[in-house]
Design a protein around this ligand. Structure first.
Ligand SMILES: Cc1cc2nc3c(=O)[nH]c(=O)nc-3n(C[C@H](O)[C@H](O)[C@H](O)COP(=O)(O)OP(=O)(O)OC[C@H]3O[C@@H](n4cnc5c(N)ncnc54)[C@H](O)[C@@H]3O)c2cc1C
Ligand code: SF4
Length: 294
């Protein structure tokens, strides 16, 4: 199960024109959080909100649709959203919190829920986890450095960044520049090299652009709450769906990239183990090998 367990996999996008305009892909994260807030399925959400510095996110507890909208779009740097969960529950009094997580954070969240050491009565207040796909992430200074060097643009003029079709894309008001994604690998966080999860396998709903047409998202519903919320949003006409393309630019591509991420990470883990370096994954038995069932 290289994509983790899921109930359904589809292409989807928000039907809201404003969300379509400001979101990274199909606006699934923003659209679902706004819907869940309106329907009182959640009473707030932890998101990667804006800060004083462009493209540097600040984990934020959004209590209104406006605050959820303000966090739309991908920032290719660290936003320690889990750090904000305690504040969301203790300071903002959320009883049913939503959250957006990248795969490593999704794993952290599930660990918090399974072993709530230091977070008793906090982690179980998460009612909806939307996991977004992630191939790699960058320290903020690295991001600025390679955008300026490789795209040759002033970082302050960047209006959107994106990863897709094997390239890193930089949009300014009057230009779109791209360069091969492999040129960014030297700038990524070291931990990403041993990360096994592309698709937030443990989230309630996961979403990303891989395998989807432009401005649509690939969406996997994984848990009962995730499936219910997604179906309700579709029934309400706020999300539209179409069947997942099973071909080489659709499901095949998503599966291939998820598998390749696991294989590369396992190779790096084995190398680090040989050198006696610490690794996040210590099992060497077949049973615990994450690729054993691929
Ligand atoms: C570092 C990174 C790398 C990614 N790499 C890929 C990839 O290779 N392939 C792929 O298909 N998708 C990737 N994604 C996911 C993709 O860019 C979109 O975020 C996803 O498709 C959701 O789009 P949307 O239109 O539904 O989200 P939107 O409606 O635009 O909402 C985006 C949500 O993501 C949250 N968010 C933004 N930046 C961060 C962050 N740094 N950390 C945590 N939460 C954040 C915001 O709070 C917001 O709620 C990556 C995301 C990140 C953060
Ligand atoms: S590649 Fe993995 S470790 Fe790196 S930011 Fe993405 S989810 Fe986290």
């Amino acid at each position: 199960m290289v994509l983790g367990t899921y109930k359904q996999i589809v292409h989807a996008r928000s039907t809201d024109k404003q969300i379509q305009k400001i979101s990274q892909d199909g606006g699934i994260a923003t659209g679902l959080l706004c819907f869940a807030l309106d329907e009182k399925i959640i009473d707030g959400a932890v998101v990667a909100g804006p800060s004083d510095e462009m493209w540097k996110p600040e984990p934020t507890v959004a209590l209104s649709s406006d605050e959820i909208l303000a966090a739309a779009g991908t920032k290719y740097t660290l936003s320690p959203n889990l750090w904000m969960v305690k504040e969301a529950v203790r300071q903002n009094g959320l009883e049913k919190a939503g959250i957006v997580t990248i795969p490593c954070q999704t794993m952290g969240l599930r660990k918090m829920q399974s072993y709530p050491i230091g977070v008793r009565f906090v982690a179980d207040k998460i009612a909806l986890d939307i996991g977004i796909f992630c191939t790699e992430n960058f320290p903020f200074e690295s991001l600025k450095t390679f955008i300026t060097a490789k795209a040759g643009v002033n970082f302050d003029l960047v209006e959107k960044m994106d990863i897709g079709k094997g390239k890193f894309w930089v949009h300014t008001a009057d230009d779109v520049i791209s360069f091969p994604i492999k040129e960014t690998h030297g700038y990524e966080q070291n931990g990403c090299k041993v990360c096994l999860d592309l698709v937030s396998e443990l989230s309630d709903i996961s979403t990303g652009s891989i395998g989807a047409p432009d401005n649509w998202s690939s969406v996997l519903t994984r848990t009962e709450p995730g499936e219910t919320i997604f179906s309700q949003a579709v029934d309400a006409g706020l999300i539209e769906t179409k069947p997942m393309d099973e071909g080489k630019f659709g499901l095949e591509m998503l599966t291939k990239l998820a598998k390749s991420k696991k294989e590369k990470a396992m190779k790096e883990i084995d190398q680090r183990k040989e050198l006696g370096l610490p690794v996040p994954y210590k099992a060497s038995s077949e049973k615990e090998d994450p690729l054993a069932n691929v």
